[in-house]
Design a protein around this ligand. Sequence first.
Ligand code: OXT
Ligand code: ADP
Ligand code: MG
Length: 578
Amino acid sequence: MGTVEPQLATASQVTDGFHLVIDALKLNGIDTIFGLPGIPITDFTRMAQAAGLRVISFRHEQNAGNAAAIAGFLTQKPGICLTVSAPGFLNGLTALANATTNCFPMILISGSSEREIVDLQQGDYEEMDQLAIAKPLSKAAFRVLHAEDIGVGVARAIRAALSGRPGGVYLDLPAKLFAQTMDAEAGRKSLIKVVDPAPKQIPGADAVKRALDLLKGAKKPLIVLGKGAAYARADTEIKSLIEKTGIPYLPMSMAKGLLPDTHEQSAAAARSYVLPEADVVMLVGARLNWLLSHGKGKTWGGKGHKDWGGQKFIQIDISPSEADSNVRIDAPLVGDIGSCVSALLTAMGSNWAKPPADWLGAIAERKSKNVAKMAETLAKDPRPMNFHSALNVVRDIVKANPDAMLVNEGANALDFTRSIVDMYKPRKRLDVGTWGVMGIGMGFSVAAAVVSGQPVIAIEGDSAFGFSGMEVETLCRYNLPVCVVVFNNNGVYRGTDVNPAGGPDVAPTVFVKGARYDKLIEAFGGVGVHATTPAELRKAMEEAVRSRKPTLINAVIDETAGTESGRITSLNPTSGKK
Ligand code: OXT
Ligand code: ADP
Ligand code: MG
């Protein structure tokens, strides 16, 4: 089938599996599908487009999946990724697992092969028991066998993705389901519009009191804002909490901009001082995982690698089982962040005492030292360009365009961007998240542009970019206002490694030297720029943001400038062998 009549479903007295899925998604406010066509879902993509859904087609399912995941984070609606069976499903599954890990609501919908052949392992086209494989990697997984169950299947998937701790859901749709027909009116009635998919969860009054009592007694309080807080869209309440308490706060990477990074209470520039020094720490939508050194050890002032630093913790989280995952949580506050923070604000009353002046003063001192040191480094203009001199430009461009979305991946390219580029608004910084995964770059960029309509700036390590680089064609095809800046230092972390055996192969971390990534986008009609100085980079970025044309800037970075794994060098195992 090559074309689809838009009025097919409504004109007829019967409907089919294709239309029921589309209608169920539309009924629930889904307006965009990210995917890649093929058997058995090619006609589905055509029909969805004919029915008014925006169908964004990718070059690889993992990128479509990443786009769906971040669309979910940005909209509080599950992002939809659509794939073919077995290999397409598996390509999308990495993104689904990453979405679940990051608490992003997403639904991976994959077509699948004939059940009876798959279950007897008779060798069907793209045979795979996809449901079984998806289960351990997703928050929930469902399969629909009959057209009359499509409404329930889609409703269950939406509710599972959004309620409680958000996550990735798999929905298995066998090929035979799409062609099934049923009476159109009965079909319409079988669909479910999900009511209140993410119900408010109000914390108990005793839990609120416990948290406030702890906070009140603190001499060195600290608030940590995580991406759960960004997702929750309780921006006003969080701002009030920070400002009313006067407590310094630390934003996790994707919580940057929840309050402007230039806020005087931000302790980001004194991170390594506040973590070990704080006596009471309130976590708001942030887990005590590896990114927070599991709440213990030297980062927190503990004597040894696993020792408790002595802090008391308050943890606001929608997941009741998150508390105590790494260290004791003295005051868990279970509920949605909006409700929890509102309850705290109400119970705090109007005469809350600000934290002791010596705590605030000590932080301010550390901050100004670090900021001055950073300013000095940023003012340098070395040749070749390094991460700092290039990011000084990016910092200015983001400051001038605070509504722009910033996508970021790499190792050094990630870590330096996080600390150098200030964010001014919530949910503008999108990055590698909980897994530190490479490959989110172009999928996130496409979705950020599609969902927000704002210009997108993607700061990419040259290795990181390679994981999804083919999607520059997608940027051009949909004419998206994305400016990709590849920080080209000739390799993974650095371009200077040598083959220890001295043979003709280069070292495993090294790429083709002097590669011209800008030429890639030119192949598809986008704008390619080769930038070797901050001035050239600035001109190209300004023009990209102004013109909104898909642009790729090959920013040449000193190949000696990076460090192994960026800021997380210590996570590399070193041999115990002497
Ligand atoms: O307090 P101190 O003194 O310590 O200073 C801190 C702040 O106070 C200060 N700061 C400031 N100073 C002044 N002013 C301001 N405004 C300011 N703000 C902050 O700066 C420092 C640092 O602050 P930060 O960042 O807050 O603190 P810190 O200590 O770094 O925080 C700790 C962490 C853990 C929270 C943080 O480091 C973090 O979030 N890290 C995330 C790390 C991460 O996820 N990395 C990515 C994974 S690395 C690796 O796995 C890679 N791979 C393997 C691979 C992956 N990942 N995936 C797949 C699918 N396959 C393979 C690969 C292949 S990276 C990679 C590619 C790398 O090569 P590229 O070419 O892409 O990239 P390049 O490296 O650029 O070449
Ligand atoms: P970060 O990496 O920024 O520290 P994490 O992904 O580790 O953030 O933590 C996010 C936390 O936020 C998760 O534990 C998740 O359960 C929680 N969360 C997500 N949405 C909400 C919400 N609406 N209300 C409360 N907690 C939430
Ligand atoms: Mg690199």
